[in-house]
Design a protein around this ligand. Structure first.
Ligand code: HEM
Length: 455
């Protein structure tokens, strides 16, 4: 008799089988966009719809994804809705730049994100994560919202790798105003969904603009101070993102500022979500958690150098990658077709919205066995070859693939290893956490967990 426990089914919205009404669509899309998908979107290669008079095509077929995002990517630009939401926040940063500005910025960034520079951040990631794990041990009663805690940890790591703690002003104040800014600016306004003219004010964005002024000023002052240090005493400048960006060829001071804000916006909450969901999933799958704990117990004492962890801690990495499959922090890659196009029998008219959704592709019934189950073994080195490059897209693909992917993976594995080395995380919520898309996929109501010492 097989006594292996059944794999854990990860909580998710139940796909509806009947089309939503117009009002239902607008309400659901502004409240939780991942709930708009019906069962066909999880089982067919393409889904066509006509939303608010815009032809919309959801592309799930890996070959068609490759065509749209790589082979003919020039025909597919960032969707206007996404730009309307993100551009006021990130301005000319890499994530929202287009055309020539994007090409120039991406080229200027290449020397910033070399493997050597990313490895250079491993030690600080390890130090900050270990210190954070020690603080968690001190929590009274061990109870905490792990979703929130992970945003503190990844924010701490990001600001250490960006500025080496060398920011003007009060760090706590800075972090708080950044949180408010992201929470307000990131909301999808029903007026945007309805394509209302730009002159009609969006309340959340107006509120967000207030906090924006404060931290933009702090970043500008921090940059000016660092620039002066680099000119007066180049040797003393820390080897962090700020120094690397100030050295990069072809970026103006305001572009550097926009990119720092982009890194904070794109690179802190995403990784926090990945860590939170991984700890939750492992808490529900004790056999998988034991595998990770045994790996850490056996290998960490022999691996003092954290740059090797991403390759050597295969079970830890597999758990993180499987959590990125089930809960991709960036659930949707939205493009608009510039000209009429065709891939096989798929016709794409000019102006169509083309949606490649990691949320759907990574839970697709034709592409994955037991797609809703948490099974990290899919990502062990011996099984990896079975996963098509275009069916697993947590970091996107093609020219606009996430520039911070190797930073995020290294950070994720190092942080998990440091957190789980001595601690155990148990979910104590009365109901399973429900995923909600608010730019990232986050657990509604957080992740109440009990943190205890395991060794
Ligand atoms: C688990 C963590 C992360 C996830 C899941 C993630 C996901 C993504 C995805 C899916 C895209 C492509 C968007 C598209 O094609 O429409 C992207 C782009 C981007 N990401 Fe990440 N990201 C993560 C971490 C980071 C980090 C740590 C940084 C920076 C330090 C970063 C910076 C960026 C930037 C600048 C872009 C725009 C690239 C371009 O358009 O050329 N990301 N990310």
């Amino acid at each position: 008799m097989d006594t292996t426990p059944a794999p854990f089914r990860a909580p998710a919205p139940v796909p509806h089988t009947r089309p939503l009404s117009f009002a239902g669509f607008v309400l659901t899309a502004s409240r939780n966009p991942i709930e708009i998908w019906g069962s066909r979107a999880y089982s067919e290669p393409y889904v066509r719809a006509n939303w608010l008079n815009v032809p919309t095509i959801v592309v799930n077929d890996p070959a068609a994804i490759r065509y749209c995002l790589v082979e003919n990517s020039k025909n597919y630009v960032m969707q206007p809705l996404r730009q309307r939401i993100l551009r006021p926040l990130l301005r000319d940063g890499l994530l929202t730049a287009e055309g020539e500005l994007w090409r120039r910025t991406r080229k200027a960034m290449a020397p910033v994100f070399t493997p050597k520079n990313i490895f250079g951040f491993a030690e600080i990631m390890e130090r900050r994560s270990s210190a954070f794990a020690e603080q968690l041990e001190e929590l009274p009663g061990g109870l905490t919202d792990v979703a929130f805690q992970m945003t503190l940890l990844t924010y701490d790591i990001l600001q250490a790798t960006l500025f080496s703690d060398d920011i003007t002003g009060e760090p706590q104040e800075f972090a708080k105003s950044m949180e408010t800014f992201l929470a307000r600016m990131g909301r999808v306004d029903p007026l945007d969904l309805l394509d209302a003219p730009a002159f009609i004010p969006r309340v959340w964005r107006l509120l967000g603009r207030r906090s924006s002024g404060y931290f933009r000023r702090l970043i500008a002052e921090t940059m000016a101070r660092r620039k002066a240090l680099m000119e007066n005493d180049p040797e003393a400048a820390p080897n962090d993102f700020l120094t690397l960006l100030l050295r990069a060829d072809g970026l103006s001071p305001s572009e550097i500022e926009d990119n720092i804000i982009t890194f904070i916006g794109a690179g802190h909450e995403t990784t926090a979500r990945a860590l939170g969901w991984t700890l939750y999933l492992l808490s529900q799958a004790p056999q998988e958690r034991i595998r990770v704990e045994e790996e850490l117990d056996a290998l960490l004492p022999e691996l003092p150098d954290p740059t090797t962890w991403l390759d050597r801690l295969v079970h830890t990495r597999a758990a993180l990658e499987e959590a990125l499959r089930l809960y991709p922090p960036a659930p949707s890659l939205n493009r608009t077709a510039l000209a009429d196009d065709r891939f096989g029998d798929l016709e794409i008219p000019a102006g169509a919205s083309v949606l490649v959704m990691p949320w759907l592709v990574q839970r697709h019934r034709l592409l994955w066995r037991d797609p809703e189950c948490f099974m990290p073994s899919r990502f062990l080195p011996e099984n990896r070859d079975r996963i098509d490059r275009y069916q697993y897209l947590p970091f996107g693909v093609g020219p606009r693939v996430c520039i911070g992917a190797s930073f995020a993976l290294q950070e994720g594995v190092i942080a998990l290893a440091c957190l789980m080395r001595n601690l155990r995380f148990d979910y104590v919520g009365s109901r399973p956490p429900f995923p909600v898309q608010k730019i990232t996929v986050q657990p509604r109501g957080g992740l109440p967990m009990r943190v205890t010492r395991r060794r």
